[in-house]
Write a new protein. Structure first.
Length: 387
């Protein structure tokens, strides 16, 4: 039996066709210009929502489309086939922030945030990384002090965040702050609305890749937010973040697999069309074997990622396997994008050529959502190794 047939049912196949049509009509024709502009139109969120795609995986009661992590994987695959990791990252920034609101926040916060975000009217982003605390989440320093103002309780925030996807235009931020002492136990999550006094953000940061994604630094200077904006329990932030990381890492692994797929397809086309030393590149055994290795690795990576998606959809907690899948898929994508550029020669180094963008965009995948080294620490811990 075809392994894909056991994972993807008719609803997944219908979604794939729907997503493919939407991407071909609304996204692919504009990707090159959006990449050069460093942004894409804000109303794309609304158009994606209207097409029944932005809310995949979210409850219908909040305006979502229902579905599971496998449906989300299908959508990510088709979105990534437009060839822009940056667009996929920003359009999907709700997927690393909104689940924390829907799983842990009060009913009031859920009602205020979820419907407009799932309708594409508002943008939600996650703010964890700090200049002095990247993958070391336990080292977060942004302070949230509980204070009383005119008889009401507020958190007063001071600190900064950096490398925040959708940071330039998000309306809601799920922010990791320190409400207690040092270490994991002192971290909490709060919701910060962009219009709050004391909140500011930078101009878009200039990045190696993901050009179409708006990325910003955030600053909190005596920024007051209602104490009711606390998400979950004070001091419970680290556990919530860790819980959310599994889906984020699976999504990054999916992005890596599709990046590698696109690089392989471009490499195959180039090998069959480019002539050198008396024939096409494909006439040379070394090139054929390189492409055969690439195809093998892409196939294995895709199967592993799909396997993890199926287990997560079944409700399993698979931190070890997701960490493995992320690292393996990113390693495959590293090699595939490198080889694709190499097969293109000088043309592969030119702006406007797909493999050049894939090569740049790929580099962040083994860093975002927890660096490769963090994934290995998680794997080692799950194997019972000391440390």
């Amino acid at each position: 039996m075809n392994a894909a047939a056991t994972l993807f049912d008719e609803s997944h196949q219908q979604l794939r066709e729907q997503a493919r049509r939407f991407v071909a009509r609304e996204i692919s024709p504009h990707i090159d210009s959006w990449e050069e502009a460093g942004s894409f139109p804000r109303d794309l969120y609304q158009r994606t929502a209207a097409a029944g795609l932005l809310g995949i995986g979210y409850p219908e009661q909040w305006g979502g489309c229902g579905g599971d992590i496998v449906h989300k994987t299908v959508w990510t695959e088709e979105l990534m086939r437009a060839g822009s990791g940056g667009l996929a990252a920003s359009l999907g920034s709700l997927d690393i922030s909104l689940p924390l609101v829907l799983e842990f926040a009060s009913d009031q916060l859920q009602q205020r945030v979820a419907p407009p975000v799932l309708a594409g009217d508002k943008i939600c982003a996650l703010a964890i990384t700090e200049p002095g605390a990247g993958s070391d989440v336990a080292a977060i320093a942004t302070k949230a002090e509980l204070v009383s103002v005119d008889g009401s309780d507020y958190y007063r925030l001071n600190g900064s965040k950096t490398y925040i996807t959708s940071g330039c235009r998000a309306d809601f931020f799920v922010v990791a702050v320190r409400t207690g002492g040092a270490g994991h136990a002192g971290i909490s999550l709060v919701l910060v609305e962009a219009e709050r006094d004391g909140f500011s953000r930078s101009a878009p940061l200039k990045k190696m890749g993901w050009w179409a994604s708006d990325t910003a630094e955030l600053a909190f200077n005596d920024c007051l937010i209602p104490a009711a904006n606390l998400i979950g329990q004070a001091g419970g932030g680290f556990k919530m973040i860790a819980h959310n990381f599994q889906a984020e890492r699976l999504n990054l692994a999916t992005m890596a697999v599709v990046t590698a797929e696109l690089a392989l397809a471009a490499g195959l086309e180039q090998a069959n069309s480019r002539h050198a030393f008396g024939g096409t590149l494909a006439n040379h055994q070394t090139v054929r074997h390189k492409l055969a290795d690439m195809a093998t690795e892409v196939t294995v990576a895709q199967s592993f990622v799909h396997h993890c998606a199926a287990r997560m959809a079944a409700g399993e907690s698979i931190a070890k396997e997701v960490s493995m899948a992320k690292n393996f898929a990113c390693d495959v994508s590293d090699r595939a994008t490198f080889n694709a550029v190499q097969l293109h020669g000088g043309m592969g180094y030119m702006r406007g050529v797909l493999v050049e963008r894939l090569y740049r965009d790929n580099r962040i995948l083994s860093i975002g959502g927890g660096a490769r080294e963090i994934m290995n620490e998680i794997i080692a811990k799950q194997l019972g190794l000391p440390g």
